[in-house]
Design a binder for this molecule. Sequence first.
Ligand code: NAD
Length: 283
Amino acid sequence: MSIQKLAVIGAGTMGNGIAQVCALAGINVTLIDISDEALAKGLSALTANLDRQLRKETITAAEKQGALARISLSTDYAALNGAELVIEAATENLELKKRILKRIDDTVSDDCVIATNTSSLSITELAAVVNHPARFIGLHFFNPVPMMALLEVIRGLQTSDTTHALALKLADHIGKSAVTARNSPGFVVNRILCPMINEAIFVLQEGLANAKDIDTGMQLGCNHPIGPLALADLIGLDTMLAIMESFHDGFNDPKYRPAQLLKEMVAAGYLGRKSGRGFHVYT
Ligand code: NAD
């Protein structure tokens, strides 16, 4: 793999997982967030994940130490200097992502590839923010990043074949299987998955069954490894809401309207696992 230095913007659920898999694959990673607290939280989640892998003997103690040594933390975008690839994995908000991409673009060299881990926003629209948009691409990792085998690679209208080839090479290097999708709200996997989760929330809202039974029904009846409401809690209900809103806006089709209960849960601060309470309670 030719990439030696990579940066990840956002040390949250996805950002710290992306940093972990890339560092384990031998790449030097700079992890950037807005505060020292956010970085400390990200590093602690990442370290706990490495410890879990160590206990399961999927990595050695030396590999864990090596990965940690390759990760540096910063709240300063100047730390992007010299990066060959930057992966934006900050909060799912179009205006915020555009501001972040502008800052990345102002800092990195013209040949640095810029990627976003957005779940639902337009790769073409985000690419338009940067100079040389041919070097922009969607790299959609799945949660939890160290466990999930897929990397969905999304080409915007401007993405070059060279950028696409580099994304496929990265996927291979970090042990992920890539599928390529054309730009469209939710791409392929979330286009199918998120309306199903939203429907499960409608089912709960209508009182057809309780959360536990809805999840058990889909696990045992459809052989899903995790129920849709537990999966929503894992994704984060704020992220789920942002995804459904961007489908609703992007397709202008009422079939994608977010369930009222999802909006209420987010308004109440019940964001799923990350806040300790969502459709289920986490201690
Ligand atoms: P999160 O809320 O866990 O983390 C977001 C992080 O971004 C926070 O640490 C926040 O402090 C940071 N951030 C906000 N503004 C920033 C800025 N200006 N500069 C640097 N960092 C900033 O969110 P997440 O679940 O990790 O989602 C991140 C991205 O990944 C979103 O685009 C989301 O749609 C996408 N995604 C999420 C999942 C999932 O299951 N959660 C799966 C695939 C893709």
